[in-house]
Design a protein around this ligand. Sequence first.
Ligand code: SF4
Length: 267
Amino acid sequence: MPMNRFFTYLDRISFMNINIWDFTYHSFFREYARFFLFKVMLSHPFRTSKGLTKYRRLMKEHKDILPKFTKFLSIPDEKSFFESIKKQRISPLVGLGFCLKPYNPEKPSSSCPSGRANHDCLYLDKGQTEAICYSCAIYRLGEKCLETGCKVYIMTSAKEIARDFLIPQINSEKFPSAILLLCPYSIQAIIPPLLICNIDMFLMAYNSGYCRDFQEWVSADRGIKEEITSLGKASWKKLLDLLSKLDGSEPQYKRFRREGNIFSCIT
Ligand code: SF4
């Protein structure tokens, strides 16, 4: 389609130092875009302008940031990311895609007992597990977050991410930093909203099972996603190292408490 090609071209030349022309074009009339526009951008015009200026500066200074990026991306750089967490004294929110959940439509015992495209998890919700949980990335990361005091959020659709995470941050500074596991495709799209909401971010890309284009992404946004995503070995190591750096300064947490769709650690 000519329009598609036009917006892809704008992304390729990084027109006006913006790399999400194609995504914005496809998103224009979608509900999540309207929701973000009204609840975030038009409600906070000064922060929106500041965030977009920061985004364009970042894209200008690091033209190769996205093409070169393959596994993880810290904004600001990793050292500053940790320094600001220490200053804020608030552990980052760890956001995990529902697509990490084990799933086998033909064999219920090989699927997540809490269902697929939702924020639920038997382990995070009730501290209970079934056999399949021990091979689940969410269980593994949940245990690590309990050691470090990080909040956990199972991400579903773009609208819900805005409602549960971005709006509480821009309105009340509830989540000033986040470590998010995402498909490489959506990493480009999430940077501007995170900058507008003033969230320091450490973004990690899935190694397999991820959405490759807008059509796959928008299906997953509606909860249609057959593949199970996973991180590569190097990313797992990096993620566990990152979380270990947060370890030790907090009291011993015993379990999670669910507040809305966010799981917070409690003693
Ligand atoms: S740990 Fe949670 S998300 Fe993973 S399989 Fe068990 S209930 Fe499902």
